[in-house]
Unconditional design. Structure first.
Length: 475
């Protein structure tokens, strides 16, 4: 049973759409499509096992102009259920045989995202134990005479491997450790309480920090980009640990020790297994700008990298193949692919037929209207106006927008999009920056209440908006 399944099980397609409504305005058709795709993952786990492997995700092709929410829908969807997610640009890949990134790197990026996600989860699980161990190490640093006796443990391979890889460290001779004082327990308990209440936070101490050994011979089996095996990971604890002394505050030392102790408590082999499973079963790859590689062979001449060749390289990944990464192999059969493009010049039928067939669900996203702009400014959880209010509030400025000011802003943004390039909701960022430029500049010196009304919006923006040539440069 997947780790994310309890979350998916509690969300019907209608509820998933409602969650997306909190951040994305409109685009009901796209929300319905991704909500069904997500729910189908849960349904797949409930069917009998012999049929389960045969059910593959129905990949989605989103068609719509820039700035209407294509990427945001996919990103929020992944965040909703904690699924590994990676966004890639189709234009950065090149056909095999040319210099550039190969298409398999998108799968390796997904595995890395999954590794980070699972590692953070495991880190939070062991945070309490790691914190306790970090405090004990701090007490050892502050009162070394109270540290319990420990047998010296030398790595028998350290001297040999250290000389090979240039990390040789002198092996210290074991020194007899004096017995701790009789009141060591009381001293440690008192110091522990003082650390907890922050008494030592600004005090400087010198600590030893483990450094990652440098690996001059790199990786085996190809470069990192090709998923070669990391020799440092293969040798694991056999390599000598190089330590560096640092002078830091107690608060910083506590953070460093907590990270080191958490790393010791996490089973990285288990993390990799879970991350690979989660990437293969729950992973979402968002391929943006797919329309930029939609040209057919011979559509344009010259020495350009074949766009059809890039499509043919992407095809096996989407169809389902096994990709080798430095953490292990990953089958892409059950990864959900969401492709998106504006398709201003080309059209979906310009993709090669095989790739078209791998994106059976097609959704057209609507261009945003002035009413949509008004909603984007005020209603989502991350509404733009709320963001600007919060930013200026840090300088003691209370920003207020009247209803007519918001309407005027929405109309101006729509007008500029119509006159020049339609960049969707991103136009609101440029319009608001222009509108609030003087307020932001003077905010540290002129604190107080600032009210933005329609007259102020017209005064700041009217000349620029109505001058099409000028707005093309400024807005």
């Amino acid at each position: 049973m997947n780790a994310t399944l309890p979350e998916i099980a509690g969300l019907t397609p209608r509820q998933i759409s409602s969650e997306l409504d909190k951040y994305i305005v409109g685009q009901a058709k796209a929300k319905r499509a991704v909500a069904i795709a997500l729910r189908n993952r849960y349904r797949r786990t409930r069917v009998r096992e012999d049929l389960r492997e045969e059910i593959t995700p129905k990949n989605i092709l989103m068609i719509g102009p820039t700035g209407v929410g294509k990427t945001e829908i996919a990103r929020r969807l992944a965040g909703l259920v904690g699924a590994p997610f990676v966004k890639v640009e189709a234009t950065k890949y090149t056909e095999v045989g040319y210099v550039g990134r190969d298409v398999e790197s998108m799968v390796r990026d997904l595995v890395e995202a999954s590794i980070r996600m699972v590692t953070e989860e495991r880190r939070s699980e062991v945070a309490e134990l790691a914190e306790k161990a970090a405090v004990e190490r701090l007490i050892d640093a502050l009162h070394p005479e109270t540290a319990p006796r420990q047998a010296s443990q030398n790595n028998p391979f350290a001297a040999t491997l250290g000389s090979i890889f240039g990390n040789a460290a002198p092996q210290p001779q074991p020194q007899p450790t004096p017995a701790p004082p009789s009141d060591a327990a009381n001293i440690r308990e008192q110091t522990r309480a003082e650390i907890e209440r922050g008494f030592y936070d600004v005090r400087l101490i010198e600590i030893e920090v483990e450094e990652t050994p440098s690996m001059p011979i790199g990786v085996l089996g190809g470069g990192m980009e090709q998923g070669g095996a990391d020799l440092g990971e293969m040798l694991g604890g056999l390599l000598p640990k190089r330590k560096a002394r640092k002078r830091v505050t107690v608060a910083e030392a506590r953070r460093i020790f907590a990270q080191e102790e958490a790393a010791k408590l996490i089973d990285m082999d288990a993390v990799k297994r879970e991350a690979l499973r989660r990437a293969g079963e729950d992973g979402i790859i968002f391929i943006d700008e797919i329309d930029k590689v939609a040209g057919r062979e011979g559509a344009r001449g010259g020495p350009d990298v074949s766009r059809e060749g890039v499509q043919r390289d992407i095809l096996p990944i989407v169809e389902g193949s096994t990709v080798t990464t430095k953490h292990g192999t990953l089958k892409t059969d059950h990864v959900l692919f969401i492709a998106a493009g504006a398709f201003h010049i080309s059209k979906p039928s310009d993709l090669i037929p095989e790739l078209q067939g791998r994106f059976p669900i097609r959704v057209e996203l609507d261009s945003l209207t002035a009413e949509d702009f008004k909603t984007i400014l005020t209603q989502p959880k991350n509404a733009l106006i709320e963001q600007y209010k919060a930013l200026l509030a840090t300088e003691g400025v209370t920003l207020t927008f009247t209803e007519d000011a918001i309407e005027q802003l929405a109309r101006f943004a729509m007008q500029v999009n119509d006159q020049s390039e339609n960049i969707g909701a991103r136009r609101l960022h440029t319009v608001l920056e222009r509108l609030l430029e003087d307020v932001s500049y003077a905010a540290p010196d002129e604190r107080g209440d600032v009210t933005i009304d329609a007259a102020y919006v017209r005064e700041r923006l009217k000349d620029v908006v109505e001058n099409a040539d000028l707005s093309g440069y400024i807005l």
